[in-house]
Ligand binder design. Structure first.
Ligand SMILES: [Fe+2]
Ligand SMILES: [Fe+2]
Length: 279
């Protein structure tokens, strides 16, 4: 199985619709569609407005028409904007994109999709973050109920017999390397703020998630922070072979970057990056 990992296209912001179309044109040049799954780890659109939803839906429909199988995990911008997630917008998004979020499964997370050799498990990392107080200290919040259900899914024999691919929007790892990707080369105050507040701006129940996933997941895919880094070294501490942050595939807010997406071969264990020129 090969996975095309897209994320954070933020359609509706700047010229991201055109950029996404350029990504699609590149994906269309790939062959052997039947062996691929396209996983989009959220922030498909920039704000949960009906017009952006229509555009985002048209984009995924184009991919589906070309024969790609698509799995979508919702991001915070799909349910609202950078400041809040809205329960009404969330249910509108879930309804409009049900085909890609849930497929033919019940409309509940985790979503389990079985292929011949892989078990794809999709999470909604906004699910417990809908209320005012729940959002405090949170950049994503799965909630106890969703993690409990994930625990049960990971115990299923048909899942255990396959390569397990877990995908969600928010970033599960606390990021503290010397070169700080969320601060870049900005000034002293930025470093001070980033360093001292990052631990409070994280997937609120990341620890519970990783304890649940430990030694039971093979590939972990996410987006949200637009860093685009390979977190496999961090994942391997939890027995997870491959852990990847897709970055923003449309290079949102990063015009010095390149548009890119990864192709992950779960059989060969390889990860390749395809670069796409700005339109
Ligand atoms: Fe994003
Ligand atoms: Fe996000």
């Amino acid at each position: 199985m090969k996975i095309i990992h897209l994320s954070d296209t933020h359609i509706g912001r700047d010229d991201n619709e055109r950029r996404t179309q350029a990504l699609l044109a590149d994906i269309a040049t790939l062959r052997e569609k039947s062996g691929h799954v396209v996983v989009h780890t959220g922030d498909l659109i920039n704000a949960g407005h009906p017009e952006e939803m229509r555009t985002g839906r048209a984009v995924l429909d184009t991919l589906a028409t070309q024969g790609w199988r698509i799995l979508l995990a919702p991001g915070n911008h799909d349910y609202g904007d950078s400041l809040h997630v809205d329960p009404d917008w969330a249910s509108a998004f879930r309804g409009q994109f049900a085909r890609y979020i849930f497929g033919d499964q019940p409309a509940q997370f985790p979503v389990l999709t079985l292929t011949e050799d892989c078990a794809f498990i999709g999470l909604d990392s906004n699910e417990a973050e809908m209320g005012f107080w729940e959002r405090w200290m949170a950049e994503g919040y799965l909630g106890t109920a969703q993690i409990r259900r994930l625990n049960a899914v990971l115990d299923q024999a048909e899942v255990r017999a396959r390569t397990v691919v877990l995908y969600l929007h928010h970033h599960p790892f606390f990021d503290a390397p010397v070169v700080r990707a969320d601060v870049g080369d900005h000034g002293y105050l930025g470093h001070l703020f980033g360093w001292n507040t990052r631990r409070f701006r994280r997937l609120k129940d990341a620890y519970s998630l990783m304890q649940c996933a430990r030694d039971r997941v093979d590939v972990l895919l996410f987006g949200h922070q637009h860093f685009g880094l390979d977190y496999s070294a961090e994942g391997q501490r939890y027995g997870i072979r491959t852990a990847l942050d897709a970055s923003s595939s449309t290079a949102t807010q990063m015009d010095t970057d390149r548009m890119r997406y990864r192709v992950i071969d779960t059989v060969a264990g390889t990860v390749t990056t395809r670069f796409v020129a700005f339109p």
